[in-house]
Design a protein around this ligand. Structure first.
Ligand SMILES: C[S@@+](CC[C@H](N)C(=O)[O-])C[C@H]1O[C@@H](n2cnc3c(N)ncnc32)[C@H](O)[C@@H]1O
Length: 221
Protein backbone atom coordinates (compact mmCIF):
# COMPACT_ATOMS: atom_id res chain seq x y z
CA UNK A 1 0.00 0.00 0.00
CA UNK A 2 1.28 3.47 -0.88
CA UNK A 3 0.79 6.15 1.78
CA UNK A 4 1.31 9.05 -0.61
CA UNK A 5 -0.71 10.04 -3.67
CA UNK A 6 1.07 9.69 -6.97
CA UNK A 7 1.67 13.47 -7.45
CA UNK A 8 3.06 13.74 -3.90
CA UNK A 9 5.42 10.82 -4.47
CA UNK A 10 6.51 12.22 -7.85
CA UNK A 11 7.08 15.65 -6.27
CA UNK A 12 9.29 14.17 -3.52
CA UNK A 13 11.23 12.15 -6.11
CA UNK A 14 11.66 15.19 -8.35
CA UNK A 15 12.90 17.42 -5.51
CA UNK A 16 15.22 14.88 -3.84
CA UNK A 17 18.96 15.57 -4.00
CA UNK A 18 20.95 14.30 -6.99
CA UNK A 19 23.03 11.18 -6.47
CA UNK A 20 26.79 11.45 -6.37
CA UNK A 21 28.57 9.39 -9.02
CA UNK A 22 29.17 6.55 -6.55
CA UNK A 23 25.57 6.67 -5.26
CA UNK A 24 24.32 6.50 -8.87
CA UNK A 25 26.42 3.37 -9.42
CA UNK A 26 25.03 1.90 -6.21
CA UNK A 27 21.47 2.67 -7.30
CA UNK A 28 22.17 0.93 -10.63
CA UNK A 29 23.48 -2.12 -8.78
CA UNK A 30 20.41 -2.09 -6.52
CA UNK A 31 18.20 -2.10 -9.64
CA UNK A 32 20.22 -4.93 -11.16
CA UNK A 33 20.03 -7.05 -7.99
CA UNK A 34 16.49 -6.01 -7.01
CA UNK A 35 18.09 -4.88 -3.75
CA UNK A 36 16.11 -2.55 -1.44
CA UNK A 37 18.11 0.64 -0.79
CA UNK A 38 16.63 3.50 1.22
CA UNK A 39 16.51 5.84 -1.81
CA UNK A 40 17.24 9.55 -2.21
CA UNK A 41 14.11 10.92 -0.47
CA UNK A 42 14.79 9.10 2.81
CA UNK A 43 18.52 9.50 2.15
CA UNK A 44 18.05 13.26 2.20
CA UNK A 45 16.55 12.92 5.69
CA UNK A 46 19.56 10.86 6.86
CA UNK A 47 21.81 13.57 5.47
CA UNK A 48 19.76 16.26 7.23
CA UNK A 49 19.84 14.41 10.56
CA UNK A 50 23.60 13.90 10.38
CA UNK A 51 24.01 17.61 9.65
CA UNK A 52 21.62 18.74 12.41
CA UNK A 53 23.26 16.51 15.02
CA UNK A 54 26.75 17.52 13.86
CA UNK A 55 27.30 13.77 13.69
CA UNK A 56 30.65 12.26 14.36
CA UNK A 57 29.74 8.58 14.71
CA UNK A 58 26.93 6.62 13.04
CA UNK A 59 25.85 2.97 13.31
CA UNK A 60 23.68 0.97 10.90
CA UNK A 61 21.80 -2.30 11.40
CA UNK A 62 21.72 -3.73 7.85
CA UNK A 63 23.90 -1.81 5.39
CA UNK A 64 23.98 -3.86 2.21
CA UNK A 65 26.75 -2.27 0.13
CA UNK A 66 26.63 0.99 2.05
CA UNK A 67 24.19 3.17 0.11
CA UNK A 68 22.38 4.54 3.19
CA UNK A 69 25.74 5.16 4.88
CA UNK A 70 26.74 7.51 2.05
CA UNK A 71 23.84 9.80 3.00
CA UNK A 72 25.10 10.03 6.61
CA UNK A 73 28.54 10.84 5.18
CA UNK A 74 27.10 13.50 2.87
CA UNK A 75 25.62 15.10 6.00
CA UNK A 76 29.11 15.36 7.46
CA UNK A 77 29.17 12.24 9.65
CA UNK A 78 32.77 11.45 10.53
CA UNK A 79 32.46 7.67 10.50
CA UNK A 80 29.78 5.02 9.89
CA UNK A 81 29.84 1.46 11.26
CA UNK A 82 28.11 -0.63 8.58
CA UNK A 83 26.86 -4.11 9.48
CA UNK A 84 25.97 -6.80 6.97
CA UNK A 85 25.27 -10.54 7.07
CA UNK A 86 26.17 -11.00 3.42
CA UNK A 87 29.94 -10.95 2.81
CA UNK A 88 29.53 -10.25 -0.94
CA UNK A 89 27.40 -7.18 -0.28
CA UNK A 90 29.90 -5.91 2.31
CA UNK A 91 32.75 -6.52 -0.13
CA UNK A 92 30.96 -4.41 -2.74
CA UNK A 93 30.57 -1.77 -0.04
CA UNK A 94 34.31 -1.74 0.62
CA UNK A 95 34.97 -1.38 -3.14
CA UNK A 96 32.48 1.46 -3.50
CA UNK A 97 34.08 3.22 -0.52
CA UNK A 98 37.55 2.91 -2.07
CA UNK A 99 36.28 4.15 -5.42
CA UNK A 100 34.31 7.00 -3.81
CA UNK A 101 37.25 8.13 -1.68
CA UNK A 102 35.63 7.54 1.73
CA UNK A 103 37.20 4.21 2.75
CA UNK A 104 38.60 5.73 5.95
CA UNK A 105 35.12 6.87 7.02
CA UNK A 106 33.31 3.51 6.95
CA UNK A 107 33.91 0.17 8.64
CA UNK A 108 32.12 -2.89 7.26
CA UNK A 109 31.43 -5.51 9.92
CA UNK A 110 30.35 -8.84 8.40
CA UNK A 111 28.03 -10.83 10.65
CA UNK A 112 24.94 -10.35 12.78
CA UNK A 113 24.39 -6.66 13.54
CA UNK A 114 22.88 -7.63 16.89
CA UNK A 115 26.23 -9.11 17.91
CA UNK A 116 28.31 -6.37 16.31
CA UNK A 117 26.53 -3.63 18.24
CA UNK A 118 27.62 -5.26 21.51
CA UNK A 119 31.25 -4.73 20.51
CA UNK A 120 30.83 -0.96 20.15
CA UNK A 121 30.54 1.39 23.11
CA UNK A 122 29.23 4.41 21.26
CA UNK A 123 28.35 7.14 21.78
CA UNK A 124 26.56 7.34 18.43
CA UNK A 125 24.97 10.50 17.07
CA UNK A 126 22.81 8.82 14.43
CA UNK A 127 21.63 5.22 13.99
CA UNK A 128 19.75 3.50 11.16
CA UNK A 129 17.75 0.32 11.78
CA UNK A 130 17.16 -1.39 8.43
CA UNK A 131 17.76 -5.13 8.92
CA UNK A 132 15.30 -7.89 9.91
CA UNK A 133 11.96 -6.23 10.70
CA UNK A 134 11.18 -8.72 13.47
CA UNK A 135 14.31 -7.58 15.31
CA UNK A 136 13.80 -3.82 15.07
CA UNK A 137 12.65 -3.39 18.70
CA UNK A 138 15.54 -5.56 19.95
CA UNK A 139 17.98 -3.45 17.92
CA UNK A 140 16.52 -0.28 19.44
CA UNK A 141 16.88 -1.67 22.97
CA UNK A 142 20.44 -2.82 22.23
CA UNK A 143 21.62 0.53 20.90
CA UNK A 144 19.63 3.12 22.87
CA UNK A 145 22.07 3.46 25.78
CA UNK A 146 24.85 4.06 23.21
CA UNK A 147 23.07 6.99 21.54
CA UNK A 148 23.93 10.34 23.05
CA UNK A 149 21.28 12.75 24.30
CA UNK A 150 20.06 14.66 21.25
CA UNK A 151 21.10 11.79 18.98
CA UNK A 152 18.67 10.14 16.59
CA UNK A 153 17.49 6.60 15.80
CA UNK A 154 15.86 6.08 12.38
CA UNK A 155 14.01 2.93 11.29
CA UNK A 156 13.08 2.22 7.67
CA UNK A 157 10.12 0.38 6.06
CA UNK A 158 7.47 1.69 8.43
CA UNK A 159 4.90 2.00 5.64
CA UNK A 160 6.25 -0.02 2.71
CA UNK A 161 8.42 -3.06 2.16
CA UNK A 162 7.92 -6.63 3.33
CA UNK A 163 5.02 -5.61 5.58
CA UNK A 164 1.24 -5.32 5.45
CA UNK A 165 0.69 -1.60 6.01
CA UNK A 166 -3.08 -2.08 6.27
CA UNK A 167 -2.56 -4.25 9.36
CA UNK A 168 -0.46 -1.49 10.93
CA UNK A 169 -3.15 1.11 10.20
CA UNK A 170 -5.78 -1.15 11.79
CA UNK A 171 -3.56 -1.65 14.84
CA UNK A 172 -2.71 2.00 15.52
CA UNK A 173 -6.06 3.44 14.42
CA UNK A 174 -8.52 0.91 15.79
CA UNK A 175 -6.52 -1.13 18.30
CA UNK A 176 -6.68 -4.32 16.24
CA UNK A 177 -4.05 -6.87 17.33
CA UNK A 178 -0.85 -7.08 15.32
CA UNK A 179 -0.52 -10.23 13.19
CA UNK A 180 0.75 -13.28 15.00
CA UNK A 181 4.53 -13.76 14.56
CA UNK A 182 3.93 -17.14 12.95
CA UNK A 183 1.70 -15.49 10.30
CA UNK A 184 3.58 -12.26 9.55
CA UNK A 185 6.61 -11.66 11.76
CA UNK A 186 7.81 -8.64 9.75
CA UNK A 187 4.60 -6.62 10.06
CA UNK A 188 4.41 -7.57 13.73
CA UNK A 189 8.06 -6.47 14.16
CA UNK A 190 7.51 -3.06 12.61
CA UNK A 191 4.31 -2.58 14.64
CA UNK A 192 6.09 -3.53 17.85
CA UNK A 193 8.92 -1.15 16.99
CA UNK A 194 6.62 1.82 16.45
CA UNK A 195 4.72 0.95 19.64
CA UNK A 196 7.99 0.69 21.57
CA UNK A 197 9.41 4.07 20.53
CA UNK A 198 6.06 5.84 20.91
CA UNK A 199 5.71 4.63 24.50
CA UNK A 200 9.32 5.25 25.53
CA UNK A 201 9.87 8.52 27.43
CA UNK A 202 13.57 8.41 26.51
CA UNK A 203 12.75 9.50 22.96
CA UNK A 204 10.44 11.73 20.94
CA UNK A 205 9.29 10.13 17.69
CA UNK A 206 7.97 11.36 14.35
CA UNK A 207 6.92 9.01 11.55
CA UNK A 208 7.62 10.53 8.13
CA UNK A 209 6.02 9.29 4.89
CA UNK A 210 9.17 9.64 2.81
CA UNK A 211 10.68 6.74 0.90
CA UNK A 212 9.31 3.55 2.42
CA UNK A 213 8.22 5.44 5.55
CA UNK A 214 10.72 6.19 8.29
CA UNK A 215 10.40 6.49 12.05
CA UNK A 216 12.69 9.17 13.53
CA UNK A 217 13.30 9.19 17.29
CA UNK A 218 15.37 11.82 19.11
CA UNK A 219 16.90 10.86 22.44
CA UNK A 220 15.69 13.32 25.10
CA UNK A 221 16.99 11.77 28.33
C1 LIG B 1 17.08 -3.24 3.41
S1 LIG B 1 18.66 -3.84 3.21
C2 LIG B 1 19.69 -2.53 3.75
C3 LIG B 1 19.74 -1.39 2.83
C4 LIG B 1 20.70 -0.28 3.25
N1 LIG B 1 20.38 0.21 4.59
C5 LIG B 1 20.59 0.86 2.27
O1 LIG B 1 19.57 1.58 2.30
O2 LIG B 1 21.50 1.01 1.47
C6 LIG B 1 18.81 -4.94 4.57
C7 LIG B 1 20.17 -5.62 4.67
O3 LIG B 1 20.30 -6.08 6.01
C8 LIG B 1 21.00 -7.30 5.99
N2 LIG B 1 20.69 -7.96 7.28
C9 LIG B 1 19.50 -8.49 7.68
N3 LIG B 1 19.58 -8.90 8.95
C10 LIG B 1 20.85 -8.63 9.37
C11 LIG B 1 21.53 -8.82 10.58
N4 LIG B 1 20.92 -9.36 11.64
N5 LIG B 1 22.81 -8.43 10.66
C12 LIG B 1 23.44 -7.88 9.59
N6 LIG B 1 22.84 -7.66 8.41
C13 LIG B 1 21.56 -8.04 8.30
C14 LIG B 1 20.51 -8.01 4.75
O4 LIG B 1 21.46 -8.97 4.32
C15 LIG B 1 20.35 -6.84 3.79
O5 LIG B 1 21.50 -6.67 3.01
Amino acid sequence: MDVLTDPARRFLAATAPEHTETQAEMADLADEWGFPIIGPEAGAVLRLLARLTDADRAFEFGSGFGYSATWFLRGGAGHVVCTEFDADEAERGVSFAAEGGYADRVTFEVGDAMETVDRYDGPFDVVLIDHQKERYADAYRAVLSKVRSGGVVVADNIARGPIDFGDLVDHFEAGEPLPDAAVDAQTRGVGEYVGTVRSDDAVETAVLPVGSGISVSTVVR
